[in-house]
Structure formats: structure tokens, C-alpha cells
Write a protein that binds this ligand. Structure first.
Ligand code: SF4
Ligand code: SF4
Length: 428
């Protein structure tokens, strides 16, 4: 019997387990130099690109280390010990390693072998390993198991009551939410229970612009991203089946999400898991904002005099590579919206777009490694401070929350916004 069936699926290219031997231990997935990025700002010089390697300074906490563990497990050269399990989950699945591996190795190796796109994907290997750890009864880590129980029992991972999901919403708006609408605003657990500022700003804009929207009350459940990223595919499938049926019931043509993690699930993982095209369009809120600014439904007339820098969330950025017509990274929409706000000056950080440095709240990392997660987020906030800006802006409640905790804990002198909050400030 195959002990690691999920791993075997992604570890086979020409023969069983041969993928692992495509890793040449070049270490590019650990650090970056920028010298090959045409037209990019090279001032950042040499830096650790893997946030967990940056923190622990040990190769076992990098993609290279985790791939070596996967290979040793697959080949029966080691057991899935508690320490190995910890290493497998001590990763935010940010995908920076994959970019570097693809960018460097694509020209150096894969083109020679005419294997395009690359058959070797560090993120897929790690996800498969997490699924196998779950199937072997060992994963995810105990604190993440607690989250899974909450998702199943209360439809959110935050130990909150399902009935409290829309407590942030003004009663007069909640009462008139229609049972059918063109747009379903999928709030997501983090905006609903933790970053209510993002949910409130979104609803205020939807109300002002007259978009025909609703919120699924009480049908909205966690999108399942925490389950997907930690290997609990049983929980993930439960969430996706419920949420898709709920949106169909509301006869929506569009679903919008505030959260980068929810967006990846709705846009990529729901249809790919089911092998179908969803009968509605999926947008991140920032894409709708871009559209409403373009068609004049949002008039940005109030000056917001601030110099800001923008943090690309991994889940709406590099995670959406190779999607063809189906999905692509949302690099342009947030920048276009920010630049449309009068008074805003956008100053980019050197590590941006495909090479953004992760805030490290995703992939189940923050729940299992809260101290380490805030430390990594604070390193990213320092990069923003280095740009001498007034504010750090992102467009994900998960990033927002980690940055907020880092800013408060380290007493950094910088403001923090979601794009939607700045748009609300600027609206006539
Ligand atoms: S960049 Fe790719 S090939 Fe090089 S060590 Fe990392 S995973 Fe292996
Ligand atoms: S996904 Fe991110 S945190 Fe995980 S190994 Fe790759 S670069 Fe490091």
C-alpha cells in the first residue's frame, strides 16, 4: 500500500518519485538577489525570500528543507515524527519559493527537458504532504484541529457563534437584505468577526453606489481556506458544496469577496476541485471598485493626502499563476484604484508583485505559530517604513490583522488601511 498517495500524485513526472530529483539543492528558493529582474528596483539587494527561513535561519524551515523531508518520507528513509510534522506546518504557503524556483530553474533546467510549465512545484508538494499527514491521522497540528472543529460546528474558525456573523451590520440594512440579488457579498470570517472595519466600509460603498447586492444571511459559511491549506480536504469540500449551493439559491450573477484567501478558494479551488465552471462570476472587492471607478458610479472627490505603499497579498497575487483565461494575479486593480484617489501618492516597496514578502498569516501559520507570525509581519512593516510613507495598504483582512498586531506590539509609527477604507474616505 502506498503510504503517501497524495505525494505520489505530485511526485511523479516520468517515473514514480522522480520529481524530487529535479530539485538540485541550488538554494535559490531561500534567498533572492534581484539581479535577474529586468526593470525591477534592485536596491533591495540580497535578502532571504522565505519568511520562515528568514526567522529560524535553518534550512529545515525552507522549501528546500521541506522538499528533502517529503522525499525522505516518500522513500521510507524517515518517519513522520512530531518534529517533521511541525516543519511541514511551519510554512505560510506563501509561494515565494515557487516563484524563485520557477524563475531561475525554468531557464536553467526545464527548457532543456522541454517540460513546460514546470512539473516541479514546491507548493503542490507541500500541500500533498499535508493531505497525507491528515490521512495518516497525524495532521494538522492540534491548534489547527481546533479550528477545523469550529468550522464544522460553527461555520467559522474563530470560536464565535454563527448567529453573530453579521453583528457588525446595521440592523436597518440587515433587515432589508434581499433573498435574490445580482451580487452576493461574501464577507468571509475574518472581516465578519475580526476586521469589521473592512466589512463596514464595503457595505457603505455598496449602499452608496446602488449596487444590487445581498449578503447570505444566515447561509454564509467559512470558505474553507484554512481546511484546504492544512490538508483537511473533507472539511474544505463540505464548505465549498454548501457555499456554492447557497449562492445559487440567491440567484446571484456575481460573488465578491473582501478576503484574498476567500477569493482564491472561490476563483480557483472551488471550480478546480469540482471540475466545473461556476454559474456566476467571482471578483475581489477591489475589482468591483476598479469597475465602479471606471464607469463613474464611484466618484472619488475628497482628497486623501497620504503617501502610501501597497502590500500584495499572496493569495490574490502569485498564488494565481498559470490560470490562463480563468484567473490571474490581481496586481493592477488595487494600484489603479489607489492611484485614482486624489491626494494619494503610491510608493512601491522593492519586494512587490510576484516577489512580495509574505505577512505570514496564511497557510495555517498564524494559528499554529502566533509569535513567529507577528515577528515576520513586523519585518514586512519595517520594509514599508523604509519607504518613508504615511500608511501601509493592503486588500486582505488576514494581512491587515497580522500587520495591525505587529504595528501595535512593536509601536511602529505607520497607519494601516485596506483599499476599501481609502475609497470610502475619498467618495463624494
Ligand atoms: S530553488 Fe527549486 S531546485 Fe533550487 S533548492 Fe529550491 S526547490 Fe530545489
Ligand atoms: S511557501 Fe513561503 S514560507 Fe513556505 S517554504 Fe516557500 S517561501 Fe518559505
Amino acid at each position: 500500500m502506498v503510504k503517501y498517495p497524495n505525494l505520489e500524485k505530485v511526485a511523479t513526472w516520468r517515473s514514480k518519485g522522480d520529481i524530487f530529483y529535479l530539485c538540485t539543492i541550488c538554494r535559490y528558493c531561500i534567498s533572492e538577489t534581484y539581479e535577474y529582474l529586468d526593470g525591477e528596483d534592485k536596491s533591495a539587494g540580497y535578502q532571504n525570500l522565505c519568511p520562515t527561513f528568514d526567522l529560524w535561519e535553518h534550512e529545515a524551515y525552507s522549501s528546500l528543507g521541506r522538499i528533502s523531508i517529503a522525499r525522505a518520507l516518500y522513500e521510507g528513509k524517515m518517519e513522520l515524527t512530531d518534529k517533521a510534522l511541525e516543519l511541514i506546518y511551519a510554512c505560510s504557503l506563501c509561494g515565494a519559493c515557487r516563484e524563485e524556483c520557477f524563475a531561475r530553474r525554468r531557464t536553467k533546467y526545464y527548457e532543456i527537458h522541454e517540460a513546460k510549465p514546470s512539473p516541479f512545484d514546491p507548493m503542490e508538494i507541500l500541500l500533498a504532504l499535508r493531505r497525507d499527514a491528515v490521512e495518516l491521522g497525524k495532521g494538522p497540528l492540534p491548534v489547527q484541529q481546533g479550528w477545523m472543529k469550529q468550522i464544522v460546528e460553527k461555520n467559522n474558525p474563530y470560536y464565535e457563534a454563527h448567529e453573530a456573523r453579521l453583528d457588525w451590520l446595521k440592523p436597518e440594512i440587515r433587515e432589508k437584505l434581499p433573498k435574490e440579488a445580482e451580487v452576493v457579498y461574501f464577507v468571509g470570517c475574518t472581516s465578519a468577526y475580526r476586521q469589521k472595519n473592512i466589512a463596514n466600509a464595503t457595505v457603505n460603498i455598496l449602499e452608496k453606489t446602488g449596487v444590487n447586492y445581498t449578503i447570505m444571511d444566515p447561509e454564509e459559511w467559512c470558505c474553507g481556506s484554512p481546511a484546504y491549506m492544512t490538508g483537511r480536504m473533507d472539511v474544505f469540500k463540505r464548505q465549498l458544496e454548501h457555499n456554492i449551493e447557497a449562492v445559487k439559491k440567491y440567484k446571484a450573477k456575481r460573488v465578491i469577496t473582501s478576503c484574498a484567501g476567500c477569493y482564491r478558494m472561490w476563483k480557483k479551488e472551488y471550480p478546480e476541485t469540482l471540475g466545473v465552471k461556476l454559474p456566476f462570476e467571482v471578483l475581489h472587492t477591489v475589482e468591483l471598485l476598479q469597475e465602479l471607478v471606471k464607469n463613474g458610479k464611484i466618484r472619488l472627490e475628497n482628497k486623501v493626502e497620504k503617501t502610501v505603499t501597497y502590500h500584495d497579498p499572496c493569495h490574490i497575487g502569485r498564488h494565481l499563476r498559470d490560470g490562463g483565461e480563468l484567473y490571474k494575479p490581481l496586481f493592477e486593480p488595487p494600484r489603479e484604484v489607489l492611484q485614482a484617489i486624489p491626494g494619494i501618492t503610491l510608493k512601491e516597496m522593492p519586494r512587490k508583485l510576484w516577489y512580495s514578502f509574505c505577512c505570514s498569516s496564511g497557510g495555517g501559520f498564524r494559528s499554529a505559530f502566533p509569535r513567529e507570525s507577528i515577528e515576520i509581519a513586523s519585518r514586512r512593516v519595517k520594509e514599508a517604513l523604509d519607504q518613508k510613507v504615511d500608511a501601509l495598504v493592503s486588500t486582505c483582512p488576514f494581512c491587515y490583522r497580522n500587520f495591525k498586531d505587529a504595528i501595535e506590539e512593536k509601536k511602529f509609527n505607520i497607519e494601516l488601511y485596506d483599499v476599501v477604507e481609502l475609497v470610502e474616505k475619498a467618495m463624494a
